[in-house]
Design a protein around this ligand. Sequence first.
Ligand SMILES: NC(=O)c1ccc[n+]([C@@H]2O[C@H](COP(=O)([O-])OP(=O)(O)OC[C@H]3O[C@@H](n4cnc5c(N)ncnc54)[C@H](O)[C@@H]3O)[C@@H](O)[C@H]2O)c1
Ligand SMILES: O=P(O)(O)OC[C@H](O)CO
Length: 377
Amino acid sequence: MTLEHAAARSLDEQRPAVFDTIAVIGAGSWGTALALTAWRAGRRVRLWAREEHVVDAVARERRNPFLPHADIPEELLVTNEMEEALAGADLVVLVSPSQHLRAVAGRVEPLIPRSVPVVVCAKGIERETGYLMGEVIEEVMPGREMAVLSGPTFAGEVAQDMATGVTVAAAQDDTRDGFHDDHLAARVAVTFASESFRPYVSDDVRGVEIGGAAKNVIAIACGVAEGLGLGSNARAMIITRGLAEITELGLAIGARLETLLGLAGAGDLMLTCSSTQSRNFSYGKALGAGEEAVRRADGPVVEGAENAQSVVALARRLGVKMPVCETVLGILDGAPVSASMKELMLADLHPEAVGASDDWTTPHPARIELEEERLSA
Ligand SMILES: NC(=O)c1ccc[n+]([C@@H]2O[C@H](COP(=O)([O-])OP(=O)(O)OC[C@H]3O[C@@H](n4cnc5c(N)ncnc54)[C@H](O)[C@@H]3O)[C@@H](O)[C@H]2O)c1
Ligand SMILES: O=P(O)(O)OC[C@H](O)CO
């Protein structure tokens, strides 16, 4: 059977076994929404919160300040004790911000049996090492089975039980053809699936990871354009050229095109680039509008700002051109916002096709004119 044929067989026919007891590690907005999703799907759920004030708030009013509008049911245990959260778990879901994943996974590793798989939900690339999230896990939790879960998912909507689709990816045994009911991604999919939460299964871990990491940087660029009042055409251009950048980077690390065009790639890019529900978009919008763009260590994470440097560093290492991401990095480093976006418009002209800018480029005529005017002034 070919991979395509096997993938087309429904998971219902195959009946992968669900995980019963889920430890969600990280009680920010996404960890809390995922804990609610697993609880609604009928699982026993424990949620580990790093901050004591979160556990206190849940005990007092069944609300988490990171996700203030969601009611947290009594049956969902919320604790500061890592051991208590992990006790008896047959699946561990890691939902810390990307730059803290290593430390958090390092705390989890000695506390769970070798047989317990992990699902990584952070979106980013580790700054110090340039590692994708899965590579961090391979180093900190060697030999452990791992899946990644990503896609267009505002935590607030997921918490309100609104229709959402995600991609869950886990490596496949090369010696076997197609998807099987013991494939970790399939087991995670049936564990979380509900009427309103629809996971799709994949074996392209890198594709899912890179889409989630890079789209946040592009979302900042879209926010900047919004803040500057550049209009809807500009936003569509940035999203589309952003997708071209993500595609080129993804292909360079061995991701598949279908994944980059799927929920965890194009889907998440569209969502994050077009709504003030996105922290990344809103942060960029404040920068574009010349307002104070605030990031607090104890506040909501802005992964695009945390990861612009690591995304650009990976692209430079692989010889991939990412002008939109480069521009965002420049702005974050203090370059003038409006002039940086203008420079993006006046960059060399080249073919649209992904990877084709090496074939043919020519200086932008308007830029040459400006330079000549400047010289003659
Ligand atoms: N919020 C969403 O809508 C959403 C959706 C999908 C994926 N994600 C991803 O989930 C990950 C977690 O983001 P979030 O939105 O849940 O966070 P959040 O912004 O809601 O909350 C911040 C989180 O960071 C944690 N934190 C702060 N300092 C820390 C430290 N030193 N060590 C460990 N943890 C620390 C806090 O405990 C808290 O859980 C990110 O990679 C994000 O991109 C978020
Ligand atoms: O609020 P953002 O910008 O961190 O985006 C949240 C999710 O990643 C959207 O899928």
